[in-house]
Write a protein that binds this ligand. Structure first.
Ligand code: ATP
Ligand code: MG
Length: 435
């Protein structure tokens, strides 16, 4: 992509309304634009990152054996009246009437609709286990939307639902999902800490929240420091779910300092951003809606269910909170909007133009995504823009270097700038990216 033709409305000034660094950087990097309170438009750069995160989440969910569906965002209130949540959900649910005065709502989550699908199509133990998921916009009329897409009113969420014959099966589904989450966060370049959660209004007795440790996190966590080491490694190895379950990790509301089993020297206190939440809630919804199956010996029993969310739009902000510096965003390679920033330091100079065009063409040919800064502006401006939008590698081509047969390669994360020969630049870049 040529920057001169791209839609990248970056801002030089720090937006006053943004209180946290991810919100400031997303606005400055031209990723999002506020439409109204808690509701955002995703501009081209932001939308690429959102889709990349979505693709990784989808890939891991598919590998775990779940099947993707697409459910409507607008639902009739009827199912929610059946489950009892129409009254219980409160002001966060956006409610309205259609032209026939029927009660409708914009979905904040989809337990009811998924349970309805289960009761229509799952009949016997032979149809189970089953897991379905969707990646869909949700709406919650948050009392205090803030921090940009971190706590929006409209937000993008992956929500999965598992259906099992009994508690034993449901716990297996729960832990399969836990493993998929750990792999997903690892691929996103994040270390997520699973903490025991209060199942709250969804109900049930087994629940974990996944948190990204960041000083701007809204939750205060207490956990055994061994957990962080296990999590940092577990994306690459077989996920040690049993070890994770044995280690202490609680949110502030559930942490009891008097009876904490972890000695103070091993207890870590940190703030976290909740990026995922998994629940096993038993037969709460299947009983309310009558989603039953015939058991092995002909008994009719309610299905055991779990639900599993990941905040995809919140993750964009959480990744930035976890990975940035004064100059801007530092994208993990897996979600970077482009892999390489190609910087032409003297547009109009025929050697610079030709070399850049050649590098650009060959990178594109080898399947690498490139943002080529071919604008007529100064070097300082170009460096600042690329540092701000955080692409992992910068290739800088200038007349001085070219006379000596060299270009510069900068690693955004380490800040290290290497001067390398033009001949080896392409092979070195493609090798680095393949690694
Ligand atoms: P929170 O405690 O942050 O309000 P929640 O517990 O209400 O979240 P869940 O119902 O567990 O949220 O939703 C699953 C995931 O969706 C959360 O882990 C979070 O990543 C994301 N999410 C929830 N609410 C929002 C929101 N208002 N804006 C962006 N993402 C959200
Ligand atoms: Mg939650």
């Amino acid at each position: 992509m040529r920057l001169s033709q791209y839609f990248l409305p970056t801002l030089k000034e720090t937006p006053q309304e943004a209180q946290v660094v991810s919100h400031r950087l997303m606005l400055r990097a031209g990723m999002i634009s506020q439409s109204t309170s808690g509701i955002y438009s995703w501009l081209p750069l932001g939308s690429i990152v959102l889709r990349k995160i979505e693709a990784i989440v989808r890939n891991e969910l598919n590998q775990s054996g779940a099947h993707e569906v697409v459910l409507p965002t607008i639902q009739s209130a009827d199912l929610w009246k059946e489950s009892g949540r129409y009254d219980a959900y409160g002001a966060e649910m956006l409610r309205f009437q259609d032209r026939h005065d029927r009660d409708m709502l914009y979905t904040p989550t989809a337990e009811e609709l998924m349970t309805d699908i289960a009761r229509r199509y799952l009949r016997s133990y032979r149809d189970l286990p089953q897991s379905l998921y969707q990646i869909q916009w949700k709406f919650r009329d948050e009392i205090r939307p803030r921090f940009g897409v971190m706590r929006g009113r409209e937000f993008y969420m992956k929500d999965a639902y598992s259906f099992d014959v009994n508690e034993k099966g449901a716990r297996e589904s729960y832990f399969r999902m836990m493993r998929a989450y750990i792999k997903t966060f690892d691929r996103l370049g994040l270390t997520a800490v699973p903490v025991r959660a209060d199942p709250g209004p969804i109900g049930g007795d087994l629940s974990h929240e996944f948190h990204i440790i960041a000083s701007t996190g809204e939750s205060l966590l207490y956990y055994d420091r061994k957990l962080e080491d296990i999590m940092a490694e577990s994306g690459h190895t077989e996920v040690p779910v049993d070890a994770i379950m044995d280690l202490y990790a609680m949110e502030e509301e559930m942490h009891d300092p008097e009876n904490c089993p972890v000695p103070a020297s091993d207890l870590r206190q940190a703030r976290g951003i909740e990026v995922g939440h998994i629940f096993y809630f038993g037969t709460k919804y299947s009983e309310a809606l009558g989603a039953n199956i015939t058991d092995f010996d002909g008994k009719i029993l309610p299905i055991h269910m779990g639900s599993y969310g990941i905040g995809i739009s919140r993750l964009v902000a959480a990744i930035i909170e976890a990975s940035h510096d004064e100059a801007g965003i530092i994208w993990p390679e897996s979600v970077a909007p482009f892999q390489i920033a190609l910087i032409n330091l003297k547009v109009g100079d025929s050697a610079c133009d030709e070399t850049c065009q050649n590098i650009y063409d060959r990178l594109i040919e080898s399947g690498v995504t490139v943002l080529y800064d071919d604008r007529q502006t100064g070097a300082g401006d170009k460096f600042a823009t690329m540092d701000l939008i955080g692409l992992p590698w910068q290739v800088r081509v200038g007349p001085k270097g070219l006379k000596a047969g060299t270009v510069e390669i900068k690693c955004r994360r380490s800040g290290v700038v290497q001067e390398i020969s033009l001949g080896s630049a392409l092979t070195q870049l493609t090798a680095t990216l393949a690694a």
